[in-house]
Design a protein around this ligand. Structure first.
Ligand SMILES: Nc1ncnc2c1ncn2[C@@H]1O[C@H](COP(=O)(O)OP(=O)(O)OP(=O)(O)O)[C@@H](O)[C@H]1O
Length: 503
């Protein structure tokens, strides 16, 4: 919680109220801990009771029933075996030793289903549409076939990967750097918020792989002398359905005109558009559709719940959750920059280790926020949907939808920031009286009902007064943030490299 006495040693009114806030939150924490211990004890007893009762019921069930269950289980295992038995390791793909070594360094022992399905087709030179759940290894699924061919070709400007956000572009570059470490592969990241001149210099060094956001890449294609993608062999659209949306329309269409028609094209995402017209824009040539799951699904290791939180007490419900999951790595999603920044201020006033990430922050602040969260120095990241797709932070324990996402795709990508690469994770969505229709639409798309968490109203009532006081202070500080932003905006407008791309 926040520091108390001011420098003079006198406690001001404001500090007094935050002292009360701290004491109260401390009390809630102690009670939560005690409750947790009680629940754990009950669970243990329950488990003992179940173990005895299970063994009883097993003896009652007829043999053929349990055999039948056993048979189904064996069949399922056999089926799974069949599908992926062909590729038990990355060596089975016939990759260059340097690539196999890089996979081992990354502890990629066994290809994931999307990798087992997509890599062979990619190695055969086919265009790909890759659809697989969040956190299932799609990045390596498209990077490996490209690096394998680059190993033989070694030509500059070999492949270009487009990403809808800067943070994801940096992350994709890191994957190429790691997988290409043994083959002197040169990768550059071309995104907004960074000086055009430095990037032009990087591009003149003839890198093999360019990972970029569409707006800034187009700036260079149109203004950087001597730079073109005429020699390009591969174009990848990661989070393809997002890139094919209107927002990126003009930039993407222009880029598609400036790259060779004769090339390989890969589209990957956890949610794909079925609008053929959109897909045709990417001018795929007889693509192979590698769909590990045929519709939008979230991973089984993700526990998804919701809390009915009237809009007037949504912040109190949020603070209760942050208190309940103290010490866990949490991403909070909001629908607007204002909600994002204000929530970060509110959390900070109440002493939580929280940092904001949204498109109105400078690029250095955005990178700083992500690094603080990844390193664990800030355990709570509150973000807009700029962080919804692709970000791979293995330590995320919990995703909270402070604002319900406006569509099921965004929901899938947001909650997919946890429970990645086979790990478990949890998501909680705060549903106000205005979100019920949205919730229904999302449950229908997922074909799954979100379990409802019951919250102790008395706990909310106790906490509400304190949170409300902090909220008033947060609004005041948010207004100052907005003022500063306006000043900075005026300064940037005078700058020479106004970013064109989306945030
Ligand atoms: N074969 C593998 N074995 C083990 N871990 C893997 C393997 N392939 C990828 N990973 C790890 O799984 C995590 C998720 O990978 P990646 O970010 O590519 O998932 P994704 O499918 O692109 O997710 P999203 O849909 O959210 O973008 C990463 O930490 C990556 O290092």
């Amino acid at each position: 919680m926040a520091k108390l006495a001011s420098k003079s040693g006198k406690i001001t009114k404001q500090e007094k109220s935050s002292k009360q806030a701290n004491q109260l939150a401390l009390k809630i924490k102690e009670r939560a801990l005690a409750k947790k211990k009680e629940e754990e004890a009950e669970e243990e007893e329950e488990e003992q009771r179940n173990n005895t009762s299970d063994s009883d019921s097993e003896s009652e069930s007829t043999n053929d029933q349990s055999d039948a269950k056993e048979n189904v289980k064996v069949e399922e295992e056999e089926e799974e075996e069949e599908e992926s038995s062909q590729y038990k390791s990355f060596a089975d793909f016939g990759l260059a030793p340097e690539l196999i070594e890089a996979c081992q360094q990354l502890k990629f022992t066994k290809p994931t289903p999307i990798q087992a399905e997509a890599i062979p087709w990619g190695l055969k030179g086919k265009d790909l549409i890759g659809l697989a759940q969040t956190g299932s290894g799609k990045t390596a699924a498209f990077a490996i076939p490209i690096l394998q061919e680059l190993w033989e070709a070694r030509t500059p400007y070999f492949a270009c990967v487009l990403s809808p956000t800067r943070e994801l572009a940096y992350q994709i570059k890191e994957t190429f750097d790691a997988l290409g470490s043994g083959m002197a592969c040169k990768t550059v990241c071309i995104v907004g918020g960074v000086g055009m001149m430095d990037q032009a210099r990087d591009l003149m060094k003839k890198p093999h792989i360019i990972v970029a956001t569409p707006g800034r890449l187009l700036d260079h294609l149109e203004h950087t002398k001597g730079f073109s993608l005429k020699a390009l062999k591969y174009l990848v659209l990661d989070e393809a359905d997002r890139l094919l949306e209107l927002e990126f329309g003009p930039a993407l269409d222009r880029i598609l005109e400036l790259v060779p028609k004769k090339r390989r094209t890969f589209l990957f995402s956890a949610t794909m558009t079925s609008k053929v017209a959109k897909l045709q824009r990417a001018s795929l040539e007889d693509p192979v559709r590698c769909a590990v799951n045929d519709k939008y699904t979230t991973v089984d290791s993700l526990i998804q719940t919701m809390i009915v939180a009237p809009s007037g007490s949504k912040d109190t419900h949020l603070i209760r959750l942050l208190d309940k999951y103290t010490g866990k790595a949490i991403i909070i999603f909001t629908r607007t920059v204002a909600n994002c920044q204000r929530t970060a201020i509110l959390g900070k006033i109440l002493g939580f280790p929280i940092v904001p990430l949204h498109g109105q922050l400078s690029q250095s602040k955005r990178l700083g926020a992500l690094n603080k969260f990844k390193s664990g120095s800030k355990q709570i990241l509150v973000a807009t949907d700029v962080a919804a797709r692709g970000l791979d932070i293995p330590s995320v324990d919990l995703v909270i939808n402070y604002d319900m996402p406006t569509d099921s795709k965004t929901y899938i990508h947001r909650v997919g920031r946890t429970a990645r690469a086979g790990k478990s994770g949890r998501s909680v969505s705060l549903v106000t009286q205005y979100d019920l229709e949205l919730l229904l639409r999302i449950e229908q798309a997922l074909d799954k009902k979100l379990a409802k968490e019951v919250v102790d109203n008395q706990e909310i009532a106790i906490l509400h007064k304190t949170v409300d006081k902090a909220f008033v202070q947060a609004i005041h500080e948010f207004k100052l943030f907005q003022e500063n932003n306006k000043q900075r905006g005026k300064h940037d407008k005078r700058g020479d490299n106004k970013d064109r791309e989306e945030r």
